[in-house]
Write a protein that binds this ligand. Structure first.
Ligand SMILES: NC(=O)c1ccc[n+]([C@@H]2O[C@H](COP(=O)([O-])OP(=O)(O)OC[C@H]3O[C@@H](n4cnc5c(N)ncnc54)[C@H](O)[C@@H]3O)[C@@H](O)[C@H]2O)c1
Length: 350
């Protein structure tokens, strides 16, 4: 069988693991890449053995050997490049966050429908083994009615390299919410299969990055003189049609005991779980005690544990796409609503 041939748009930090994951698949390979930075492009192509380095995205999209495109660039360029790639007849896997706003995300979905190509947002957290296990238990009804969930990702000092595009609103759209909040929000909604939010109340804060504090080491883009004008802490309460509530906390920088803490806690009538650690919490029916089970044994849907494997299998018609565009759109709507609620001080009705 002919392999699915990939072109990478963006030769930044995340492109390195992406190239490895794509090349690991028996039926796929990376054949081309592009980046605005010639040195970064040359280094990625050399390190990962990518044969065709294109100097522009247009040239990569005109390359008829490319079947599918991975878009991993600053958020401002997500939707425009995804649309360009779809219009050029390529399948597209786009990095998170989906887009700068809901209108852009809707335009990408319309372009994918028109092109008839496979389109997904590469939410890698969905494919982690523990996450898949708890998802399977929820689907089997093990937790009963889940009435509340808490999704959080706290970092003590984890702002991507200060001075790069990540902290600039014009290029990133938002800060920790778009960068890490989106991961655990998506994971939580996926675990619960709850993509029908009805209202969002949220507040964002900028307390560290604007003072040159809280920096981490992620990202290999050049530093610029741009201001840090995105949030580095966000909190939200999201209500759903069924009565379910989800609390979301995301922070790139804060004072706390440990350097990093993340989880998705599910509160059900029959059991609870932490999606992140794969632990199940329930009354032990035999010993009449309380059990914390950290090695749940259950079959999972995507055993390859890889967003690219799922995308490739979907292109080849052998697997259902895990991250459906309309689910990613629901997540984008919540991100927008958190920002709007913070701006207006009011709950946003969706
Ligand atoms: N899924 C994850 O866990 C995960 C982790 C990190 C980053 N990301 C996402 O991946 C994307 C890239 O992040 P990164 O960490 O690799 O960033 P990075 O700063 O390391 O690299 C970004 C690269 O994009 C290039 N670029 C900028 N504009 C471009 C354009 N118009 N066309 C082509 N290239 C362009 C830059 O020159 C740079 O090399 C972001 O959307 C980010 O949110 C996802």
């Amino acid at each position: 069988m002919a392999k699915v041939k990939f072109g990478l748009i963006g030769a930044g930090q995340i492109a390195y693991s992406a190239a490895d994951q794509i090349n690991k698949h028996d039926d796929a390979e990376v054949v081309a890449a592009t980046d605005l930075s010639a040195p970064r492009l040359a280094k990625l192509c050399e390190d990962k053995g990518i044969p065709n380095a294109h100097s522009t995205a247009e040239a990569l999209l005109a390359d008829s050997s490319v079947d599918a495109v991975y878009v991993a660039v600053p958020n401002k360029f997500h939707a425009p490049l995804a649309i360009q790639a779809l219009e050029a007849g390529k399948h597209v896997i786009l990095e998170k966050p989906f887009a700068m706003n809901t209108a852009e995300a809707e335009a990408v979905i319309a372009a994918a429908e028109k092109a008839g190509k496979v389109f997904t947002v590469g939410m890698n957290q969905r494919f982690v083994e523990n996450h898949q296990k708890i998802k399977a238990l929820v689907e089997a009804g093990k937790l009963g009615e889940i009435y509340h969930a808490k999704a959080f990702w706290y970092r003590r000092s984890g702002i991507p390299t200060l001075g790069t595009w990540f902290g600039n609103k014009a290029l990133a759209g938002g800060g920790c919410l778009n960068d890490i909040g989106v991961h655990y929000l998506d994971l939580c909604l996926y675990a619960l299969d709850a993509f029908d939010p009805v209202s969002v109340s949220g507040t964002t804060y900028t307390k560290f990055g604007n003072r040159g504090l809280g920096g981490g080491k992620w990202g290999i883009s050049d530093k610029t003189e741009s201001v840090f004008d995105v949030e580095d802490f966000a909190t939200a309460l999201i209500r759903f049609k069924s009565g379910l509530t989800v609390c979301l906390d995301a922070t790139w920088a804060c004072h706390m005991e440990d350097a990093n803490r993340q989880g998705v806690l599910l509160y059900g009538t029959e059991a609870g779980a932490d999606v992140a650690t794969g632990k199940l919490f329930e009354q032990d029916p035999i010993r009449e005690g309380y059990s914390i089970i950290d090695d749940v044994s259950v079959g999972i849907k995507y055993p390859a544990h890889c967003r690219f494997a799922n995308f490739i299998e979907a292109i080849l018609g052998r697997e259902e796409l895990c991250v459906k565009p309309e689910q990613a759109l629901a997540v984008q709507k919540i991100l927008d609503a958190v920002q709007e609620s913070s701006r207006t001080g009011k709950e946003v009705i969706l």
